[in-house]
Design a protein around this ligand. Structure first.
Ligand SMILES: Cc1cc2nc3c(=O)[nH]c(=O)nc-3n(C[C@H](O)[C@H](O)[C@H](O)COP(=O)(O)OP(=O)(O)OC[C@H]3O[C@@H](n4cnc5c(N)ncnc54)[C@H](O)[C@@H]3O)c2cc1C
Length: 434
């Protein structure tokens, strides 16, 4: 990016500070690719397109790597493919499901051996590494808020800019796509999650990805503890359930906190406190040494919490001239709420296609059609998991237990997981670019 006075912005200064040079935000009127959002989807798409020679502008109002919303667990293979293993905090080869029935009668946790490893990683580090890769291939960054798309231009609070191709990678709100199609975001298809990052007990660190499910915990939804080296991420997630109230405490304890449908965040704080205090208490420590003592206060008080809405149903991948990637396209799996791998996978393809436009291999309109076909081929997996989420939400505790036990035997679970991985696997896309 070239500022008004003609000096080049140093590569280390990833964000061009528009305040210092007046009101005009962008110093080129047109880029080959303009991207809203500098998280998983935006950074990966920008890197791919610029590697193929495209001029790329990435716009985000936040500093890079500062807006963590998630538990940051994804497949180790995805991080390897992207060259991001430096951000790995802990590797997991097992998933553990803790059944929490309303009766309070717990059973032994069910352990699932994972056919491929998952890893928890450092969000800030991963984003900064991707941004550094982007800067190396000439991607420009601007700190601004995208507000819409008008007359072929991306509109921001700092001015307008035009891309031959445009990607909305700005998360579940999808500001570019919604300015064209107001119904792009369906509020009844948003789950909501809240999470805290706390120290692990030093003498008893956990391994594996732990989930809690059942009517004795937050339901419909689940709670989790994802160990990540010295820390662990504990969270709760409410699925959207129109017309129902989400139960967050055991009724047998006489306390039930109702979460109105699609206002899920209202009761999540209470649910998180309950989870940290009861089922999750052994997995974290207030001082990094001893586990939390149940009922010794409000565990989340004074701690930084993060989270947000999670689209659990696929949306249109192409809206007008916009390619939607990641949460903006609803590419977050239902049931598991895993969206990072999908964001990066679809971003690779969208970035490659935009790079192909810059190289004169096809038109922007052809690129959008090819991206639409790519997304449509994978759509059944997202639809299936959304359906599974809805179906499981309707089950009682016995149904949840039977489902978990049926899915657990090696061959069944491994077959399901192989399909699950294929639905959003970045590796083949880098081996066989568009
Ligand atoms: C509590 C919780 C836990 C989760 N845990 C996991 C997990 O462990 N594993 C997993 O795979 N998925 C997880 N997810 C889902 C995952 O976080 C998302 O699917 C993923 O972040 C989507 O990536 P993205 O790049 O599309 O969007 P985001 O990561 O949401 O990034 C959007 C970017 O756009 C920027 N932006 C927003 N508005 C604008 C605007 N108007 N203009 C410009 N930029 C804008 C934001 O600042 C941000 O940088 C979790 C989600 C939640 C809420």
């Amino acid at each position: 990016m070239v500022p008004l006075d003609g000096q080049r912005v140093p590569q280390t200064d990833l964000y061009f500070n528009v305040e210092t040079v007046g009101t005009q935000a962008f110093f080129r009127e047109t880029y080959d690719l303009v991207i809203a959002g500098a998280s998983f989807a935006g950074l990966v798409a920008g890197r791919e397109a610029a590697r193929l020679g495209a001029s790329v502008l990435v716009i985000d109002p936040q500093g890079i790597g500062t807006g963590q919303t998630s538990a940051c667990a994804t497949t180790l293979g995805a991080l390897e493919t992207l060259g991001m293993t430096g951000s790995v905090q802990q590797i997991h080869r097992e998933m553990i499901v803790h059944l929490e029935p309303a009766t309070g009668r717990r059973r032994d946790p069910l352990s699932f051996r994972l056919p491929f490893a998952f890893a928890t990683f450092d969000y800030g580090q991963l984003c900064r590494s991707l941004a550094a890769n982007c800067a190396d291939v000439g991607v420009e960054f601007a700190r601004a808020r995208v507000t819409g798309f008008q007359a072929h231009h991306v509109v921001t609070d700092r001015g307008v800019v035009r891309g031959t191709c445009t990607i909305d990678a700005a998360g579940w709100r999808a500001p570019l796509a919604t300015s064209i199609a107001p119904n792009h975001v369906r509020r009844d298809q948003l789950s909501c999650g809240l999470e805290v990052e706390v120290p692990q007990p030093r003498d008893a660190p956990a391994s594996g990805l732990h989930f809690w499910a059942g009517h004795g915990t937050i339901w419909p939804g689940y709670a989790w503890a994802f160990p990540a080296g010295a820390v662990t991420r504990l969270g709760v997630l409410a699925f959207p359930e129109v017309g129902r109230r989400v139960q967050t405490h055991r009724q047998s304890e006489g306390v039930t906190v109702g979460i109105p449908a699609n206002g899920a965040s209202v009761g999540l704080r209470t649910a998180l406190d309950h989870f940290m205090d009861r089922p999750g208490a052994d997995f974290w420590s207030p001082d990094g040494r001893l586990p939390w003592h149940s009922s010794s206060g409000s565990p989340s008080a004074g701690r930084h919490l993060h989270g947000g809405f999670i689209p659990c149903s696929p949306r249109k991948p192409v809206v007008g001239e916009i390619m939607c990637v990641g949460d903006a396209a609803g590419h977050c799996f239902g049931l598991t709420a895993e969206g990072i791998r999908a964001a990066m996978t679809f971003a690779i393809r969208a970035g490659q296609l935009a790079g192909g436009v810059a190289a004169g291999r096809w038109s922007a309109s052809d690129a959008r059609s090819m991206y639409g076909r790519f997304a449509t081929m994978r759509q059944p997996y997202f639809v299936l998991l959304n359906w599974l989420q809805k179906w499981l939400s309707s089950l009682g505790d016995t149904g949840i237990r039977v489902y978990s036990e049926v899915a657990r035997p090696g061959p069944i679970f491994w077959l399901l997981m192989a399909q699950y991985r294929w639905a959003a696997d970045p590796s083949p896309l880098l081996r066989h670019p568009a």
